[in-house]
Design a protein around this ligand. Structure first.
Ligand code: 13P
Ligand code: SF4
Length: 375
């Protein structure tokens, strides 16, 4: 989507924020017995909460509202806690989720929720993490084939071989890994605590898997204190951004007299992070944007997945000019309301997360160590 906006100084500023189109229902959606006026008021609620009147038009919201009504009804009837990662589409994050956050906060919420059934709208490794931290709960995952280039790029055997080559060196894994990989590691980290946790580990060496960009950031930050051995995985979304692209955008804007504030996710490469004013997890990027909007700052460039832009647009009442382009994660966007409805109504066997007891026991040590060191 390309749009033009008038800047406060009446300069014409080209704002290019490439956002994916809103997902329409895959097929016919009935009314689920809801009345016309219930469907209409739900459509209005979605339309105004999402706050993007062009992409999420009232017609789009009207086509989705019978499903959000039905999901919210079933959720209550069945006592299900529905959590969604920030990268899920706004009909999920603002339509049906009880909580939306980053990977760290959601793993804690899954662990602490009183409800015995959790539906995790996200990619597989996050749903597996919820099962590891709350093995006695039923964890539903609507899109069992929603992977992640980081998590799919490393196996338990890869970690075992790294440990054999580097005996005694602690292995730190990013949360974007399978349960089997977590079971072979010593401590897990997320984008909100990787620096703090690695700094706190004893010894002069750590192995960090699988994100090479975050690993490079760790190497730079811990230089002189700790040696960091890294793996060669990457997030296919954040790898799209380069220092050159960011500099070009900043220069373009500065030619219009605009000082862009750049917010990036730490899965980006180090040149991108060097060009950034703030680096943080999906949730902290959103919080920082809200803080900047409160200070009257307007022109921001978000270097991350498009879901974070959706959340910022919804939660700042469109007060910000988001410039540059976001990249969509095809894995995160696999989940649609239909999948959630299926998992809530009559889950397919593959939508119920099952992990063997030994893997859960070993992987939960890795996650408990993260909770201990992150606090
Ligand atoms: P967050 O921990 O920032 O939510 O990141 C997870 C992720 O997959 C980012 O690409
Ligand atoms: Fe994985 Fe990247 Fe998608 Fe996050 S954005 S789920 S790291 S592929």
């Amino acid at each position: 989507m390309t749009s033009k906006r008038l800047h406060s100084e009446d300069q014409l500023v080209e704002m290019v924020l490439d956002m994916p189109a809103a997902p329409l229902p895959r097929g016919f959606v009935g009314t689920f017995g809801f009345s016309e006026s219930e469907i209409e008021s739900e459509a209005l609620r979605l339309h105004y909460t999402i706050g993007q009147p062009m992409r999420w038009s009232i017609d789009v919201c009207r086509s989705l509202s019978p499903m959000t009504l039905q999901i919210n009804k079933l959720k209550k009837e069945k006592g299900v806690f529905l959590i969604a990662h920030s990268y899920q589409t706004p009909d999920i994050t603002y339509g049906v989720a009880d909580s939306v956050a980053d990977s760290y906060a959601l793993s804690k919420e899954a662990r602490d929720s009183p409800q015995q059934t959790i539906l995790f709208s996200s990619v597989r490794f996050m749903a597996e993490t919820a099962k590891i931290v709350s093995p006695h709960k039923t964890v539903l995952h609507p899109s069992p084939d929603a992977g992640c280039s980081l998590s799919d790029g490393i196996t338990a055997e890869d970690v075992i071989s790294l440990k054999e080559k580097n005996p005694g060196v602690p292995v730190v894994c990013y949360i974007n890994t399978s349960a089997a990989v977590k079971a072979e590691c010593d401590v897990c980290v997320t984008s909100s605590n990787y620096l703090k946790i690695c700094e706190r580990l004893p010894g002069e060496k750590v192995i960090f898997v699988p994100d090479r960009f975050m690993g490079k950031h760790l190497q730079d930050s811990l230089r002189g204190k700790k040696e960091v051995l890294i793996y060669d995985g990457e997030c296919e979304v954040h790898a799209e951004f380069t220092g050159k692209k960011i500099r070009k955008w900043k220069d373009n804007m500065s030619n219009h007299g605009i000082d862009l504030i750049v917010l990036s996710h730490p899965e980006c490469d180090s040149e991108v992070l060097q060009e950034s004013d703030f680096v943080g997890s999906s949730e902290s990027l959103k919080e920082e944007a809200i803080r900047l909007a409160g200070e009257g700052k307007r022109d921001l460039m978000l270097i991350t997945e498009c879901g974070t832009a959706d959340r910022i647009l919804a939660e700042t009442n469109n007060h910000l000019n988001l410039m540059g382009s976001c990249v969509m994660c095809r894995h995160m966007k696999k989940t649609q309301l239909e999948d959630i409805l299926q998992a809530l109504t009559d889950p397919l066997p593959q939508q119920i997360v099952e992990i063997d007891e030994r893997t859960i026991r070993r992987a939960s040590r890795t996650l408990e160590e993260m909770f201990r060191l992150a606090e």
